[in-house]
Design a protein around this ligand. Structure first.
Ligand SMILES: Nc1nc2c(ncn2[C@@H]2O[C@H](COP(=O)(O)OP(=O)(O)OP(=O)(O)O)[C@@H](O)[C@H]2O)c(=O)[nH]1
Length: 347
């Protein structure tokens, strides 16, 4: 377990912010230790109090950011503060050394931090600005012949390495972000129908019910089941059965609002979660779904019908989420018993 976990108990290893937060704290600890040690050495051993002043300034800055982030401060702000601090330290180093002592080499460590903490766009900008500035500064040094052994060759090599760094890290960050987005999508999607899976529906329902309580609104659910689907499979085969389910989901998605969540509850059962929707509106929605599916040959000449059980959660109600789901399930059972191809609501 990471030491910073006590400050952010809600961020576990599965959280996308985990690595970013780890890096922020690691950089801050390194900065604190580095500035404390080097600052003290500069005073006691090297008799350079003017440099020690900047070291202690860096130390205070790192402590302030540490305090800010450990007390629940915004990670985006903390990330920017860390990158600006690193950039300031690097630029101060380059200026103090007047380009000597490989100081410019250190500047090339900025892009990986900037891309990882700030993302593709801001990472590119920050890296480009610092690297262009350093190239310009190096050019000035060469022109004024301030530093021995610094020629145009050094400048060109610096520009080439810096440009390669930015492109490589941008490429890496692009691939990482795409792979992460793809993984996120797969984790919440049903592989056959491409609607949400049950895990995501569970989470969505929980968060929409909490939101409904805060905004004093209702949330409705529609539990939808294909009628006599076994007969479709038996008559046309499983492959056509699969295509029917895929097309059915498309029709449901085309019928409901953008804000409604459509997902597969299991087998040939689907759940639609409608935020900000009362019982009467939910019944109207459900009716429209039934009509659209009935009107459509979902696969070649295969026609199907669906039955729907509706249930509504009103803000402040004492019903649990399980209670709403079982209420929808009971209504679905009644719709089936009542002859199918219909919707039943109420509790
Ligand atoms: N093709 C296909 N069939 C599935 C899938 N998931 C579940 N099924 C089938 O769906 C059928 C469900 O059958 P039943 O539970 O008897 O329900 P039903 O025939 O729809 O009858 P009612 O619900 O009472 O109207 C079974 O034959 C399952 O094999 C799937 O992903 N693809």
């Amino acid at each position: 377990m990471k030491f910073w976990h006590k400050y952010h108990p809600d961020i576990d290893a599965a959280d996308p912010r985990f690595k970013q937060v780890s890096l922020i704290y690691s950089i801050l600890l390194i900065m604190i230790a580095y500035f404390a040690i080097i600052g003290t050495l500069n005073i006691t051993l090297f008799y350079a109090p003017e440099i020690a002043f900047f070291d202690y300034l860096g130390l205070v800055l790192a402590l302030i950011i540490f305090r800010f982030v450990s007390r629940g401060g915004n990670f985006k702000v903390a990330s920017w503060a860390v990158i600006v601090s690193i950039a300031a330290v690097l630029l101060a180093f380059v200026h103090l050394a007047e380009g000597r002592n490989y100081s410019l080499m250190w500047v090339t460590i900025l892009p990986p931090f900037a891309f990882f903490l700030l993302g593709r766009r801001n990472g590119s900008w920050v890296s480009a600005i610092i690297l262009v500035y350093c190239s310009w500064y190096l050019y000035q040094l060469i022109q004024q012949q301030v530093t021995a052994n610094l020629g145009l060759g050094a400048l060109f090599n610096f520009i080439e390495v810096a440009t390669a760094q930015v492109f490589l890290f941008r490429f890496y960050e692009n691939s990482r972000q795409e792979a992460y987005d793809q993984l996120q999508k797969t984790a919440i999607t049903d592989p056959l129908t491409k609607v949400y899976n049950r895990l995501h529906l569970d989470n969505t329902l929980k968060s929409l019910v909490a939101q409904a309580n805060r905004s004093h609104q209702a949330v409705s659910i529609l539990l939808l089941d294909v009628d006599h689907f076994k007969a479709v499979n038996d008559k046309y085969g499983h492959l056509i059965g699969d295509k029917v389910l895929i097309r059915l989901c498309d029709v449901v998605r085309e019928t409901v609002r953008e804000t409604d969540a459509v997902g597969r509850w299991g087998g040939e059962e689907f759940l639609v979660i409608c935020p900000n929707t009362d019982q009467q509106q939910a019944i109207q929605f459900g009716q429209r779904i039934i009509e659209n599916i009935r009107a459509e040959a979902v696969e070649k000449d295969v026609h199907i019908t669906v039955s729907i059980g509706a249930a509504t959660y009103s803000a402040g109600a004492t019903d649990s989420i399980d209670r709403i789901l079982s209420s929808a399930d009971e209504n679905l059972y009644r719709a089936k018993r009542g002859g199918r191809n219909q919707i039943v609501g109420g509790s």
